[in-house]
Design a protein around this ligand. Structure first.
Ligand code: WTA
Length: 675
């Protein structure tokens, strides 16, 4: 598969090939939850799907399932069908008997003079129950209803998620860094008429006015046709409102006050069918419209619990810190559901990793005695840049570290290993997606050697395969890149795209399905949308997305979403977004626009375009560069050739453009961009 074949939509970032192995040390192996290399045999394809019972057995079930995998509505897989359970019970109540005084959540506020909160499981139980009481009694919510959460990184977020889960309410958390408009669009899509938010939170030393964003979300939802009946506002400092926005009468309520009125309320966890929906998580795809990935209660929770135990190697005495945002799948799976289901102590940090200085993360690790650390290559690159020597100044000891969300360059990997991990911690480079619920490819930390730049083999039970565009299997070691697929379904996989079964089938199974009528899972390999090389040792080297998705700092953004945001600015006729590698963020978007007749290019207009994209989508989507060009390079049929623009941004060979409708424009744009 060459770049040409995939045209404009290829954003390969990775060109390295690495064959150096690093081995887990005896100290780690001696204590690890899984050291048995036979585990891969226990999860071989001939044991499928019954092998996954082992995952579900980590949970408390109210009623056991009768069918491990129901394929009758393929490819809409139903795991543990017939079973009943409650996710909130599994993450909270079941730990009370033995661990009620154990810390469930360490909350680290961004400002260092605000004390760290250590919330016990008993305290978490109380807060989840009181919040559930408000949802049930004050809001009248019940199982199956959707509620949108637009919350920052404070304990109120997991408390609210677990309160929803207790009642079987489907939570749809939108990343707090997204714009109000993006949140409103998701409220409309998920048909939520209640928004739960917070007045303010700290980021980079400033108390941000988040209620203003929430008000915009309501406006956007309502102008799209979704009525919003209530906005529940947690206050960052209970009892003190930290926003300048007025509270709207009969719509806005302080949630901390309502909770107080329900002091010590207890709400029975609702026994839910395993296959009901736990939450929706929106992610970007090839079109402008985000996809609401639907995750199940039983399959998802089993999967993330197993992964937390055996891939994250969480033991009861560990202090585990995942620095992702709970607003993304990593935070859902590996800050909240996985660790809490295991009864672990999980850290939530409110702010920026480098605030107020480059030593902040390592001070937190030292103070809380964190021994498992989980973050993204973007954060590792930023931490290295601002304070390459800082970790050595602090007295913390990690046994285990995770890299997630983007490919990690071998050089960055080595700094992570040697300096952050002090040469002692194992690293798992976990490849997965919003859709997959939990990890798919990674080394098993005490069994497999690590190889910088490669995610590792398929985890036990996950059977990766790489196909070329014709559906031929590319063998390990062949050195060819193709489409990364998984041969079999797994319990953590999303069930569907909310209200869009067609798009689910088409996006993930359309290309390689062998028979649309088939009820046999073997006919439905899952296509991830990433290009990869399967190496001779069976490790998977991820090259990047093959669709119109850019991974900016580990945040997934659709180029089409950015383009349509740019098109909403006055005077813009056409917009095209391409990906550019960035030293810290991995990838960043470059925006090309052409203007309507009579509109002149100006620096002001460029600035306006950047702020429009930030307003529509959020700051993370801001283009790195804006180029106002006289015309777009186009095919004879009028299609914008994004591939040509990508080559110009990336200073690559542009190739043959003689077949374009307007080949002369290419050189003009090249000069404008490259000088
Ligand atoms: C990319 C984040 C290389 C990949 C959990 C995938 C990775 C997309 C890795 C999903 C990794 C994730 N190495 N690339 N270890 N992990 N990706 O849905 O392109 O936000 O398809 O889920 O991130 O991003 P998402």
């Amino acid at each position: 598969m060459s770049k040409q074949e995939h045209g404009s939509s290829t954003h390969y970032a990775v060109h390295w090939q690495e064959e150096q192995y690093y081995y887990p040390g005896p100290e780690f192996i001696g204590q690890a939850n899984c050291t048995d290399p036979e585990i891969y045999q226990r999860f071989s394809l001939d044991k499928f799907p019954e092998c996954y019972k082992e995952f579900a057995e980590l949970l408390h079930w109210d009623r056991y399932w009768h069918t491990t995998l129901d394929t009758s509505d393929a490819p809409f897989w139903k795991w543990f069908a017939g079973g009943r359970l409650n996710a909130s019970y599994n993450c909270v109540d079941r730990h009370l008997q033995k661990h009620k005084n154990k810390t469930a959540i360490h909350f680290v506020p961004e400002l260092e003079d605000e004390p760290i909160e250590h919330m016990t499981y008993q305290e978490l139980y109380r807060r989840v129950n009181e919040t559930a009481a408000v949802l049930q009694e004050f809001c009248g919510l019940k199982a199956g209803d959707r509620v949108t959460l637009y919350l920052p990184m404070t304990p109120e977020l997991p408390v609210t998620m677990l309160a929803c889960a207790r009642l079987g309410i489907i939570h749809c958390q939108v990343f707090a860094g997204f714009s109000g408009k993006a949140c409103g669009d998701r409220m409309w899509d998920s048909e939520s008429d209640i928004l739960i938010t917070m007045d303010a939170y700290y980021r980079g030393g400033r108390l941000l006015n988040h209620k203003a964003n929430a008000d915009q979300a309501v406006q956007a939802a309502e102008s799209a046709g979704q009525k919003v009946s209530r906005v529940l506002v947690w206050r960052r400092f209970p009892g003190r409102y930290s926003s300048a926005e007025p509270m709207v009468e009969n719509r806005d309520y302080f949630l901390d006050e309502l909770v107080k009125q329900n002091k010590n309320a207890t709400i029975q966890p609702v026994s839910m069918p395993a296959e009901d929906i736990l939450f929706l998580m929106y992610t970007s795809g090839s079109t402008g419209r985000p996809k609401g990935c639907q995750h199940s209660i039983g399959g998802y929770l089993s999967y993330v619990t197993w992964m937390s135990k055996y891939v994250q190697d969480i033991h009861p005495e560990d202090v585990y810190w995942c620095m992702a945002d709970i607003g993304w799948i990593t935070g859902h799976s590996f800050i909240v559901y996985g660790p809490l289901s295991l009864g672990a102590s999980t850290v939530i940090y409110e702010g920026v990793p480098t605030y107020p200085d480059a030593g902040r993360c390592w001070r937190i690790a030292q103070e809380l005695d964190v021994n498992i650390f989980h973050t993204s290559p973007t954060a590792v690159r930023a931490l290295r840049k601002v304070g390459g020597d800082e970790p050595a100044r602090y007295n913390y000891h990690f046994k285990h570290m995770t890299s997630v969300g983007e490919p990690i360059e071998p050089d960055v990997w080595r700094w992570y290993y040697e300096v952050v991990g002090k040469g002692r911690a194992v690293i798992v480079d976990t490849w997965w997606q919003t859709e997959t619920g939990g990890f798919l490819c990674s080394t098993m930390p005490a069994i497999d050697p690590m190889k910088p730049g490669s995610a590792g083999p398929g985890l036990p039970g996950i059977h990766p395969v790489v196909y070329d565009d014709e559906g031929n299997e590319l063998k390990p070691g062949e050195g060819k890149a193709g489409n990364l697929c998984i041969r079999n379904p797994w319990p953590g996989a999303f069930q569907s795209i909310w209200k869009d079964r067609e798009r689910y089938i088409k996006s993930y199974y359309g290309k390689y399905n062998r028979d649309p009528q088939s009820k046999d899972w073997r006919d439905w390999p899952y296509m991830a949308g990433d290009a990869a090389v399967l190496e001779s040792d069976g490790y998977v080297r991820i090259l990047g997305r093959i669709d119109d998705v850019i991974n900016v700092s580990g945040h997934r953004l659709g180029t089409k979403e950015i383009e349509s945001a740019a098109l909403s600015a006055e005077g813009v006729a056409e917009a095209a977004v391409v990906a550019m590698p960035d030293e810290i963020k991995g990838m960043v978007p470059d925006l090309y626009v052409s203007l309507k007749p009579g509109i002149d290019p100006s620096h002001e207009l460029e600035k306006k375009l950047i702020s429009t994209v930030a307003d529509v989508l959020g700051k993370i989507a801001r283009p790195a560069h804006v180029y106002i060009v006289p015309d777009m390079p186009k095919t004879r049929s009028g299609k914008i050739m994004r591939r040509v623009l990508a080559s110009i941004s990336n200073r690559r060979d542009i190739g043959d453009v003689s077949t374009l409708a307007n080949p002369e424009i290419v050189e003009e744009i090249r000069q404008q961009v490259q000088g």
